[in-house]
Design a protein around this ligand. Structure first.
Ligand code: FE
Length: 340
């Protein structure tokens, strides 16, 4: 957990209270589950444009939600920003968000990527990756194929409790039904090359090294390596095929990054300005160019060779609310299947 500019803001409070004539410092308290180095520039640009300083606390989504609940009406949090549709919906369900009425947000964020209480600012896909020498791409065209006994000892994964995998399972429950989804999970666990560990980038590296034949990863981690200045990163990607899953059925699983204003937000004006900023062309380009995500705003021209290189694909069109609804069942299925 990091408190970015706490020291600086404490200093500001000290200064402003000692000089009552000084105008009140504009602040935004951001509780964020995003964990990307490139977001520094996204936030710095907001402060440059608006003069509003950001105090940022970064932690895992469930820790942040717990913290906001414990802090209650006294919470300093203005915005909860996350990388998972289900957690966004959970915050909503817990009644933590305040509705935001904003013409800017309504005009710019497509209706399927927002609710009255929260807004998605980018999307990411969860794709299959395969070691070129070990697994033929024909054999892993669909998520379902990962459970095929042909792949015994070849599948690597991060934890089943991670939001990215819970969200994928939520989608599979919606498309296949709970029984088939559980059968799938058991099949994949039976194919594991090793116990689940690490993050998406660790799976990519293990597939490139041949320790695993196949895994799933969010697209931006792949794009990051494709665009890396380090030759060894780009070399990893030469060992890997990227497969858009389920192109002949429901499409590749999509998740979102988004946020909302908290009901107890002490700086509501700053909070709305921040949400509107995240929907601006400038901010949307940081999501696309900085972290290789797809902008939520449609028809925005982005120049990202790695996103272009990954090509066009059919995305799953499941409503975000469905992913949220199935999240609890998803965890139970992973637990029963032994997907730790
Ligand atoms: Fe991530």
């Amino acid at each position: 957990m990091r408190i970015k500019t706490l020291a600086a803001s404490l200093l500001i409070i000290a200064v402003t209270t000692s000089q009552t004539a000084v105008a009140q410092e504009k602040l935004l308290n951001l509780y964020s589950a995003r964990h990307y180095q490139t977001d520094e520039a996204l936030y710095a640009n907001f402060t440059r444009q608006t003069g509003i300083k950001i105090n940022r606390i970064e932690a895992k989504e469930d820790e942040l939600l717990e913290r906001i609940r414990n802090e209650g009406a006294k919470s300093p949090a203005d915005i909860f920003l996350t990388v998972d549709a289900a957690r966004l919906a959970k915050a909503d369900e817990l009644g933590l968000f305040a509705p935001v009425k904003s013409k800017v947000l309504e005009d710019r964020i497509p209706a399927n990527l927002r609710s009255p209480d929260w807004f998605a600012f980018s999307t990411r896909a969860r794709v299959i990756i395969a070691n070129r020498d070990q697994v033929r791409t024909e054999d892993v065209q669909n998520y379902e194929d990962l459970a095929n006994p042909k792949l015994k000892g070849k599948v690597c994964s991060r934890s089943g409790s991670h939001p990215y995998n819970l969200s994928l399972m939520s989608a599979l429950i919606a498309h296949l039904g709970e029984a088939k989804a559980e059968e799938w999970a058991r099949g994949v666990v039976g194919n594991f090359a090793r116990s689940p560990k690490g993050g998406d980038t660790d799976q990519i590296k293990s597939v490139a090294a041949g320790e695993c034949g196949v895994a799933v990863s969010n697209t931006y981690y792949l794009a990051r390596l494709l665009r890396s200045e380090k030759a060894e990163d780009r070399k990893l990607m030469e060992k890997i095929s990227i497969i858009w899953p389920n192109q002949k059925s429901f499409g590749a699983h999509i998740n979102i990054s988004g946020g909302g204003m908290l009901k107890s937000a002490p700086n509501k004006d700053s909070a709305v300005r921040f949400l509107e900023y995240l929907a601006s062309d400038d901010a949307q380009r940081y999501f696309a160019d900085g972290n290789n995500e797809w902008p939520a705003v449609s028809n925005l021209a982005v120049k990202n060779p790695a996103l272009d290189a990954m090509g066009k694909f059919k995305a799953d069109s499941l409503p975000v609310a469905t992913l949220a609804r199935n999240a609890a069942s998803a965890q139970k299925i992973y637990d029963r299947a032994g997907w730790k």
